[in-house]
Design a protein around this ligand. Structure first.
Ligand SMILES: Cc1ncc(COP(=O)(O)O)c(C=O)c1O
Length: 414
């Protein structure tokens, strides 16, 4: 046998940059200080800082555990039928013309990330303009770029946040969309934009739809916070439904991680909308093929839990209450933080904390200030100044407000 060369055939493998959000969570867990606060986590916590199993989920699990026909067989390639049909109604509305005309195909996915990846791979092969880029907002959830680049797309950004005023830079966004190559794919956060918490108004969505129609851009909605943003499932799906009314063909990645608290169960759906039943049928065969090649079949446990909640009217009502519990607590924390900062006279304006919606607030703090909060106060947040309101509770709110007051006064922005 010839001697194996002492150098590795993988010598060309360079170290990948660490995932900032996952890294933050590791640092938080390793911190032994009793006052530590996790404002990096993108998961709901109750007022005791603990993960919350939704009562609707608890009850669905009980129902499933008592079902004598329950088993652990593989799901079909489409996933749990109660989940996919319920999820499509949740997104498009039960009276949606696209659903009535069978122009929607829905497949169960590995949560929102898996839905984005299957959609990204499908588009890499079938996007109408070969080499057209994918546009993501500046800023956005960090995984967007990674997912679409991994699937082979060129990724560009469109303006989104006015970093001075912490409001939507609608003029910049419209300008970038106007200049985008025809056939580009545009990733849009359906509600509760991550990381900024800044959503377009209905009027601004109309402007976005209009320029996208004019430039023949393809919407790919990412909805990870439906019902969590305003507490209303319908309000939070408004933009998607409006784009369907407009006649767009599009994709939607849906996650049940946040709104059902099924983070680790990896439960979600990918929806595609086309303008004919026949095209949707053909798309469904290709989406099934991509999904089969990547995950084979979706994971059953979370899919059955979510499907049980969506099909049972009592469980569905309980879920609506659970959503309200979560969104009300987040709102209370927003109000509380703003009130305390204003009471302390912390330099700057703090209305953006209550103007923004969803789980996150883009505070305007920078990386140096975030580092100071971590080192002096054991408060963990991402270095773009995003905080998760879910990490706040009545026991740590005052501590966090005072820490922010200190950092704003004593650590200049530049
Ligand atoms: C904007 C956005 N999209 C998608 C996801 C996907 O999450 P998951 O794969 O856990 O459903 C997240 C999670 O943080 C998100 O914030």
């Amino acid at each position: 046998m010839p001697a194996i060369a002492p150098t590795s055939i993988f010598d060309n493998v360079t170290e990948a940059p660490p995932d900032k959000i996952l890294n933050l969570s590791v640092m938080y867990k390793a911190d032994t200080d009793a006052t530590k606060v996790d404002l990096g986590v993108g998961a709901y916590r109750d007022n005791n800082g603990k993960p919350w199993v939704l009562p609707a989920v608890k009850e669905a699990k009980r129902v499933l555990s008592e079902d004598p026909s329950g088993n652990h067989e593989y799901l079909g390639v489409g996933g749990v039928p109660e989940l996919t049909s319920g999820a499509a109604k949740l997104i498009f509305g039960k009276d949606s013309p696209a659903l009535a005309d069978s122009r929607v195909y829905t497949i169960q996915s590995i949560s929102g990330t898996g839905a984005l990846m299957v959609g990204a791979q499908f588009l890499a092969q079938f996007k109408p303009v070969k080499d057209a880029p994918v546009y993501i907002s500046d800023p956005t959830w960090a995984n967007h770029r990674a997912i679409f680049e991994t699937a082979g797309h060129t990724v560009k950004t469109y303006a989104y946040c006015d970093f001075e005023t912490l409001t939507l830079n609608i003029n910049g966004m419209i300008k970038d969309l106007k200049e985008a190559t025809e056939g580009s794919i545009v990733i849009l956060h359906a509600c509760a934009h991550n990381p900024t918490g800044i959503d377009p108004t209905h009027e601004q969505w109309e402007q976005i739809a209009s320029v996208m129609a004019e430039r023949k851009l393809i919407p790919f909605f990412d909805t990870a916070y439906q019902g969590f943003a305003t507490g209303s499932l319908d309000n939070d799906a408004w933009a998607i439904r409006r784009f369907v009314d407009y006649g767009f063909e599009m994709l939607v990645a849906e996650s049940f991680a946040k709104n059902m608290g099924l983070y680790g169960e990896r439960t979600g759906c990918l929806h595609t909308v086309s303008n004919s039943q026949e095209i949707t049928r053909r798309i469904s065969t290709q989406i099934n093929r991509v999904s089969r090649a990547t995950i084979s079949t979706a994971s059953a446990h979370g899919g059955k839990i979510a499907g049980t909640i969506l099909k049972d009217s009592n469980l569905f009502s309980q879920w609506l209450e659970d959503l309200k519990t979560m969104s009300d607590r987040i709102k209370e924390m927003r109000d509380g933080l703003r009130t305390l900062l204003e009471k302390l006279g912390t330099p700057g304006t703090w209305n953006h904390i209550t103007d923004q919606i969803g789980m996150f607030s883009f505070t305007g703090l920078n990386a140096t200030q975030a580092e100071y909060l971590k080192n002096k106060y054991h408060i963990y947040l991402t270095d773009n100044g995003r905080i998760s309101l879910a990490g706040l509770n009545t026991s740590n709110l005052d501590y966090v407000a005072r820490a922010i007051d200190d950092v704003v006064r004593n650590v200049p922005k530049n």
